[in-house]
Design a protein around this ligand. Sequence first.
Ligand code: URA
Length: 525
Amino acid sequence: MDQLELIELIGRLKRNEALVEADFDRIVHSKLSLHQIAPISVLLARKQRSELEERFLQWSFKSSADLQGAVQAKYPDCAREATLADDWICKLFHETHCRGNIGAGLIKQLISKFVAGRLKAEVMAAWLMIVLKEGLGADDTLHLTRAMKASGRDYNYKEDDDLASFTFIRRYPTGGVSEKAALILPSLIAAASAEFKVVSPFLVARSLSHTGGTWDKLSSVKGFVFPEPGDQTAKTLASCGVAMTVTSGDFNPADRLLYQLRSATGTVDSHELMLSSIASKQMAVFADYLLMDVRFGQGAFLKSIDEAHKFSRGLEGLICQAGIKTFSQLTDTPLPGGAAIGNALEVAEAVAILGGQQNTYWDERWLLEQKSLAIEFFCKLMSRVHPSLPSRHWARIAQKWLSDGTALAAFKRILVAHAVPPELADNLATSPFTALNIPNKPIPVTSSNEGLLTAIDQIGLGNYVNFVLNGGGNQYSNELDPTSGLILTKRLGDPVQMGDALCLLFTNRRVEHLPQLLKCFSIGQ
Ligand code: URA
């Protein structure tokens, strides 16, 4: 079984199709690592409470000696008789499995051993699966958040003499498809920095599961370097008002490691794991005001507005403990954020929104939507910093900067402050497809039906780009292809004729799994 067969199998499980004995044998005899197989255990554990689940979980746990503890926890009767080398793992698994109180001590031990490389990823993957299945109590979520934050150092760049007089602002999303305010909003903040005394240590993350990541998108620009936490970040902030900050060095190594493992093991959508991941990063880098962009709906991890409300309250409660004034905006995701899905393509779309090169690929309706969302975030943050000025004042300024080249010039300054050669930054603004090496002959993916476009499966599209085209950056995937992706050519409700392109596929590889891609579009009446 290879990676693609595995993806196909995961797809079947997600559609609630039952696995048969032959599938089970194929998995057990495959050469895939436990990391790759783990999502199947999770899906089985969630959807098929069958003998197969028991057998599969037993097998996957048994495949690592360290997982003995996990097996014992799942079968407590055996645990009593067992002699366990790693008693604490057994207790941890047992408490998590029984929804008991794990406690700060065990959680700290788990995180510090994992970060020090003294706990196998398989053991952590098994714990993540149990958390996904059983949940984690509020106290333990707080312990996990604190342990992750404490796995590295805290940074308060406001203590730097050059930055002391600035107000620190930031916005952070909970994840979506083609969500790229993080490529637009920083330019508005950089444009405002000197005059309105604001700066932004703007945290960005990698792609996660089916969603995109600004870390990967910016990495598709040749030469782009994320500053190391500490002096380099402070210098970047002072030079252009924005520093794109990632969990490198001693900034939250626990999240750096867990984030990718969660993505590879299909355990991302545990709300408690999301809370601790997001809050532990935010709490470690001071800001005066943080706007949490909480996405819900079809393309997001949070499915309903109620879930989003609850999640935002949880986040605000955690992050405020670090003295960061946190507030949320809840945004529905009936459609992807923009037309482009894929790292370099999303940078090109952001350039068009910022007023750079326009071309026929970009549908004005997507561009306007993204522009207004970025402006809304800018207004909300600036209104907190300068409460005497009304929101419409900031909206007017942002509109002007996006149309008169000010925002684009600020974007180029940000790129140059992050080591991109000035000539490339210029080229990116005028001919982004060439500057980003995007394949120049897109393949139209055409409809064989006619009617109206009634649904777009965003998770399917995101998975296709991240896992089939290898657009998702993850240490567990084969290779990363930042230039591949797709551009949607229709929106919900648009009429579709037979043979019309539903999207354009950009890839240098042999096109594979097209039916999987076509299934993401529903044509009805
Ligand atoms: N963003 C994060 O940083 N972590 C998550 O778990 C989800 C979104």
